[in-house]
Every structure is written in C-alpha cells, then in structure tokens.
Design a protein around this ligand. Structure first.
Ligand code: PLI
Length: 471
C-alpha cells in the first residue's frame, strides 16, 4: 500500500487503534461443547463454576490468577532454574527485582499470595486485635481471622455503589479509620491492610493522595501499613491516567512511589507478575523479617525458595519487570475496556468505572426478581456457562461467607459476577463472543429462578459449595 493511500485511509477513518505489544508464537486449542454437554457438566459441578473441569470450558474468565501467558523471555528463564535446595541463584534475581521495583529491603518468597498472608497474619496480629482494610478479600480476611484478628472495612462508601463514578473507589475513608482507632486505641490495631485495585469492589484503584495521607495517619498512631501489591501495577495505570501530576510518569516510577508510603507488602505474583505460580512478602523492619523468615521454613519451605522451584522464581523476576512496562499495561487494561464498551452499548449493568482486571456484572440489576439468598451472582455465572461455555465467578453473598460471631450469611452490598481477563491469553474476537453471550443471557433475564445451596464447606465456601436450581 502506498504511503499516500495509507495516509488517506487514516484520515478518512479518523481512528488510531492500539494493539498488543507482542505476537503469538504458540497456541493452545480450545474445545467447544454442545448445550446438552454443558447442562450435564454444570449439574455435575453442583452449579459452581469452580467445580467444572477446564476441558468443559470454552472461554475461561474464572480468574486472572495464574492464568497468564508467559513471554518467551520468561520461558527461557525457566530453563535457567537453579534447583538447589538452598541459596538458588534465581532467589537472588527475585530478591533484586522486588528491591528494585517495589523498594522493600527484606524479601521472603512464598508459594502464592495466601502463603504470604498466612505468615504476615501469624507474625503481626495478636489475638483480639482489629485489622482495618479497604474492603475484605476472601483469603486475606480468613488468615487475619484465623490469627485471632477481626477485619473492619474502612473503604470509602462509594466503593459499595456499583453506579458511583468516583475515580478512586479503592480509597480508605480516613475518618472511618480514625473513629476505629479512637474507639479501641492504636495498640489494638494490628496493622492497616491496604489492597491496590480493590478486587471485591470491582478492581477499583487507590489514589497516591490517599496512600500518602493514610501513611501519615498510621505513622502518627504508630500503626504499620501493609500493602497487598497483587495488582499494584494496574493500580499505577489508573493513577497515571486519572491523578493530577502523574500523566507523564512511568508505571514503574508510580509503583515505587506508592510503595514508599507503606511499611511492607505481600503479593500474589499470579496476577500482575505474569506467572502461573508464586508470591512474596517484603518488609522494611529487620525484626519482623527475622520472624517471617523463621515462619516460612515451617509452612512454605526454606527462605530462599518458599515453596517454589528455582525456575518459578526466575519467571517471576522477569515477569515483574514486564508487568511494569507502560505499553503492556495499556493493552492489558485496553482489552478489559474493549469488552466493557461492547456491554455498555447494550445496556448490560456492571460496576463502573470499569476496573483493571475484570468486568463485574451487577447481578442484582440483572435479576431483581431474586433475593440475595437465592444467589443471583451464582445464578448468573451458571447461566453464562450454559449459554456458550464461558466460565465466570461469583463475587457476592457466597464469596462473603458467614459472620464468625452470628453464623449468618454476610450480605455484601455488591452482588457481582466477575468476567476476569487472563493476561496475554485471549483475542479481541474472543471478547466479541463473550459480549454476545452476556447479551443473550441478559435478554433472557426474566426467566432466571435462582439457586439453593445444598453443600457448604467450612472455609472459603465459594470454592467448593454445591447448589441446585430452585424449581
Ligand atoms: O490466590 P493467591 O493465594 O495467590 O492470592 C490470594 C490473593 C490475595 N490478594 C488478592 C487481592 C487476590 O486477588 C488474591 C487472589 N485472587 C484470586 C484467586 C482471584 O481470583 O481474584
């Protein structure tokens, strides 16, 4: 095509699209299923998408956790695994990557995020203490409770409203936190548990202004501030886009600045860091580090592998660097927005603004005829699977579990079904198929009857609970 023709086309269409900063070198075939096969598979799975076999799934949007496609650089790194029991060179690469990109001095590797949550909760919570945070996350809160702590939600009210368009719905409400400290005294607060891009709120970011003020407040009261950095690079993208003074700053610099306002962090590297397994915990306090480094050998493995193979740590070190690249993040969140725009055009109700890792469909708005104890979000996940074999996840009353004191259901304001996008895995055409399937389920919304829970495990029930359709 001549330069002139090319330029003219550009002018006529007036648009300039973005594309992924990579090309595909290996593919994994997908299996398509018939409607009858899906009906049988869903019944066998107790209407819980976690219990489906992945072979029965066409497009898997259950989670962005560990489902990333690694780069050729990461795969090359896997071949450089130093599988020594102690002192693997890959551990030192990982330690350097975390020190450079996040800025914490002392690093403990763990097999995944909840391994790190377990260690931190055991080391930093005394029985009876409170742990305030910006909305609960399932595994985080459970480990805090198992250590004898009580989680208290101090997120801004806007986070609980799917239609509120505030740009930083992950922020901590500093007044709520001050009130909690005044009521119990700072000695009864174990630490503040701050999550970047709050998962259960729809992937909503925390502003730099908020973490700066929060850190100051914590310092005044002598309370540590620990960060769940699982999706911090995505959070940094929103700061770059929305917060005054950050539009010219690279994601990597924003991440470093954000961490500088915290006393330590943990991460499920299965998200931002573009690997299939791995996690870490990192702090500035040498005494706390000593305790964590001792605990890790009890629960995870030696402090230079923490439950991981050397090759896993190498892939993580490389993935951390790749996750901070601006063009990577632009296309990652660009794909989430592409799907959101299609759904928005059809009036499908979802949490807004759209977050970093997923679309969160508003199941209450889908199914106003269902009570929350008829599990609207679980029902929507089941219907989506039946339509085209798309797997999503419930993030509503089932995920919220039971109140440890009363034993009753926790009833969260948000009753959501999450379509989570794995990184570098699906194409724009897959997104079209997903959007059309959601639209078909939305069009059929009046016929949904809901589900009854017929089996409930003790911990993290959403993973293994079983349901039956209400007839
Ligand atoms: O799944 P883990 O154990 O590697 O990480 C636990 C974990 C901690 N924090 C946050 C914000 C998470 O999102 C998280 C895990 N999330 C999952 C599995 C998800 O599907 O969102």
């Amino acid at each position: 095509m001549s330069d002139t023709v090319h330029r003219t086309m550009g002018q006529q269409s007036g648009r300039r699209s973005w594309a992924e900063p990579w090309k595909i070198k290996m593919v994994e075939p997908l299996r398509m299923t018939s409607h009858d096969e899906r009906v049988a598979a869903l019944a066998e799975a107790g209407y819980n998408t976690f219990l489906l076999r992945s072979d029965d799934v066409y497009i898997d949007l259950l989670t962005d956790s560990g489902t990333n496609a690694m780069s050729d650089r990461q795969w090359a790194g896997m071949m450089l695994g130093d599988e020594a029991y102690a002192g693997s060179r890959n551990y030192y690469h990982l330690e350097t990557a975390i020190q450079n990109y996040y800025g914490y001095e002392f690093v403990v590797p763990t097999h995944q995020g909840r391994g790190a949550e377990h260690l931190l909760s055991q080391a930093a919570i005394r029985k009876g203490q409170f742990v305030p945070g910006n909305m609960y996350f399932t595994t985080t809160r459970l480990h805090q409770e198992l250590a004898g702590g009580t989680f208290v939600d101090v997120i801004v009210d806007a986070a609980h409203d799917p239609a509120d368009l505030s740009p930083f719905k992950g922020d901590v409400d500093l007044e709520k936190l001050e009130r909690l400290i005044a009521a119990h005294g700072p000695g009864e607060i174990a630490y503040v548990s701050l999550a970047a891009t709050v998962n259960m709120a729809g992937g909503q970011p925390v502003s730099m202004a908020n973490v700066t003020a929060l850190h100051e407040l914590c310092r005044r009261h002598g309370i540590p501030l620990y960060l769940d950095a699982t999706r911090l690079a995505e959070n940094a993208f929103f700061i770059q886009e929305r917060e005054p003074g950050y539009s010219g700053k690279p994601i990597a610099a924003i991440v470093r600045e954000f961490c500088s306002h915290t006393d330590g962090a943990w991460m499920s590297a299965k998200k931002d860091a573009l690997v299939n397994i791995g996690g870490w915990l990192a702090v500035r306090d040498g005494t706390l580090f000593e305790e964590l480094r001792n605990l890790v050998v009890v629960y995870e493995g030696l402090h230079t592998y923490g439950g991981l193979a050397g090759r896993d740590m190498e892939a993580m070190a490389i993935g951390i660097a790749e996750s901070m690249q601006d063009d990577h993040m632009r296309s990652r969140i660009g794909q989430v927005r592409y799907l959101a725009e299609l759904l928005e055009d059809w009036g499908v109700p979802m949490v807004k603004p759209v977050g970093g890792h997923a679309i969160f469909l508003d199941a209450r708005a889908f199914y106003p005829q269902l009570r929350q104890d008829q599990f609207p979000a679980q029902t929507l996940a089941a219907e989506l699977y039946l339509d085209t074999g798309i797997r999503s996840m419930e993030r509503g009353v089932v995920s919220a579990g039971r109140d440890p004191t009363t034993g009753g259901h926790n009833y969260p304001k948000l009753e959501l079904t999450r379509l989570t996008l794995p990184r570098r895995v699906y194409t724009q055409a897959h997104m079209d198929v997903v959007a059309e399937s959601v639209k078909a389920v939305y069009d059929a919304r009046a016929s949904a009857r809901g589900l009854a829970m017929v089996y409930e495990p003790r911990y993290l029930r959403f993973f293994q609970a079983r349901f039956e359709p209400i007839s």
